[in-house]
Design a protein around this ligand. Structure first.
Ligand code: CTP
Ligand code: MG
Length: 533
């Protein structure tokens, strides 16, 4: 509540005190809810994976009503949850109370009759709903579709302009952009459907989402990063008996771990391409540092990247998730900075010399570690708090950090979001990029170990630079925009009188945040003709 005090304090005089206090109270509620409802990522993953296993994805082009569909499905088992979304027509995600419901539904599913084509007889939990009775006279009405993508920029700006302060705009932006409960379920369902394909070769495998789909920083419409986990098969973590007889599997040997990954991904890529329902445009990118398969899962609309045994990336996902859970300002600032960057064409959906969202996130985290007092701890501090069960060394990299949130003592920092956003721009507008590297492990800039315009140390694979791809031009653009944006926010701060604001009309208070935010988010240059970012 110290933080709330400051929020109130900052707001006194900028508008009616009562209204500001009310919104500060809302802030506080959000803060307590988020802090109390914390779940560790592992628990969340297990829960979601289990739900996904009991779910099916149905394309419903038949115009059948919600009621009829529900009645039909309920014959097969209790339906725990269902929702609809639009992607090439109407689709339903249906979660049964148990896997028996799925099994019963699949038992009655038929093979489609086709005239001029042939079918690859691979059965999955991706179904189409057909209707032999007369089609309903009235197509389903009043059906609620769950959004799976973000609102267009114009609409976003419109909505944000109705907020009373930049702080509220930042909160509102995060709420509208972040992955919803339904979108998260759909992501796990896609992983589970793909796992069924890979399980044809590796019955014990799992496919886990990582990156922004699960690290708390994902926005609706972001790509789906997954990794094929063969650990239970490859024997990692399996204990050897101390004495006596035992058997071991005879297995083919390969020259390296990388060669194994490449051949596994290669066959699974073939499989997805030839048999995987809904998978289109499968590309095998096997010579990358981290070999992957890239494709589109059409029924969900997700752009998918599938890697194998990518355990370090899973650790960095866990770390980002933890940072995001520690203080609500972390996610809000990251969302805002990412949105700002996209609007200005600093980031792009096309790979290239631009700064990536992951790099930007690490830059925000570093900035928050550098506040006085710091808002989040350094990775070294998190490592020192780790218990024996947290110990993790992956391919020689120390990936140990505390998993128990309650052990982390946060320092009291009560800075408001608007101020932090301004300070973020200031910080990077003047950061000595030519000499120094961003390092969230130490929480302190380090001398650059190599010549790259932008050096951001990979938190776990410390010899790697997360932003190796960024060229000097892109870095210069980023710095210039930070300068411009910090200047704009400063104008806003000066234009919005503080202290003793009695008698100030609403107009003066409105001009500040509204004009400033839309200047920030009405990207010009590359972002100007985009409707989505
Ligand atoms: N990653 C990494 N080092 C990199 C790039 C990525 O360790 N140089 C890991 C991070 O854990 C990252 C994940 O791979 O979160 C996925 O990468 P990417 O899809 O590029 O980033 P996201 O965080 O998923 O963000 P976006 O929303 O842009 O997809
Ligand atoms: Mg991603």
């Amino acid at each position: 509540s110290r933080r709330t005090d400051t929020v109130i304090h900052r707001r006194v005089g900028t508008n009616t005190t009562a209204a500001r206090t009310e919104s500060a109270r809302r802030d506080e509620n959000v803060l307590t809810e988020e802090t109390n409802g914390r779940k560790c990522l592992h628990t969340l993953l297990v829960e979601r994976q289990e739900q996904a296993e009991r779910s099916v994805l149905i394309s419903c082009q038949s115009g059948t009503s919600e009621k009829k569909l529900f009645k039909f499905l309920s014959k097969h088992g209790d339906v725990e949850k269902y929702f609809f979304y639009e992607s090439y027509g109407m689709n339903a995600v249906v979660e049964f109370a148990s896997r028996d419901g799925v099994a019963s539904l699949l038992e009655t599913a038929t093979i489609p009759a086709v005239n001029h084509e042939s079918l690859v007889p691979f059965k999955s939990r991706l179904l189409s709903l057909r209707n032999l009775s007369s089609v309903d006279a009235n197509p389903p009405s009043g059906l609620q579709f769950q959004p799976q993508s973000t609102v267009p920029t114009n609409e976003l700006i419109q909505r944000l302009s109705q907020e009373e302060s930049i702080d509220q705009q930042i909160i509102s932006l995060t709420e509208q952009y972040q992955i919803t409960d339904e979108n998260s379920r759909l992501r796990f369902l896609v992983c589970s459907l793909l796992k069924d394909v890979a399980a044809a070769y590796f019955p014990e495998c799992t496919i886990k989402p990582f990156g922004s789909s699960v690290n708390g920083f994902g926005k609706l419409g972001c790509d789906l990063d997954m990794f094929l986990d063969l650990d239970s098969i490859s024997g990692w973590n399996v204990k050897m008996p101390k004495s006596g007889l035992f058997t071991e599997y005879q297995m083919k040997r390969a020259s390296s771990e990388r060669a194994v990954t490449q051949s596994v991904l290669s066959v699974i890529g073939e499989c997805l391409d030839h048999f995987g329902p809904g998978c289109v445009g499968v590309q095998k990118i096997l010579n990358a540092r981290c070999p992957l398969l890239r494709f589109v899962h059409q029924p969900s609309g997700f752009q998918c990247d599938l890697t194998a045994n990518n355990r370090v990336a899973m650790k960095s996902t866990e770390l980002l998730y933890l940072y995001g859970e520690l203080d609500p300002r972390v996610r809000r600032l990251v969302f805002t900075v990412r949105c700002w960057a996209r609007a200005h064409g600093i980031t792009s959906s096309i790979p290239g010399a631009w700064i990536s969202n992951f790099s930007l996130t690490v830059m925000v985290l570093f900035f928050l570690q550098k506040r006085n007092p710091p808002i989040i701890p350094t990775l070294d501090q998190l490592r020192d708090l780790a218990g024996p069960a947290d110990k993790s060394v992956i391919e020689g990299n120390d990936c140990t950090f505390v998993s128990d949130f309650t052990k982390i003592q946060l320092r009291r920092n009560t800075e408001a979001l608007e101020h932090l956003l301004y300070e973020f721009f200031e910080f990077y507008a003047t950061f000595p990029f030519s000499r120094m590297s961003v390092d969230i492990r130490k929480g302190k800039e380090q001398n650059k170990p190599e010549v790259a315009p932008l050096h951001i140390q990979n938190p776990f694979e410390t010899a790697l630079n997360v932003s190796k791809n960024v060229n000097a031009t892109q870095l210069e653009r980023f710095v210039a925009l930070c300068q411009e944006s910090s200047w704009l926010l400063q104008q806003n701060e000066t234009n919005t009188p503080k202290g003793g604001g009695a008698g100030l009309g609403d107009d003066a208070a409105e001009v500040g945040p509204h004009s400033c935010f839309s200047t920030h988010f009405n990207g010009r240059s590359k972002g100007s003709d985009r409707t989505d970012f």
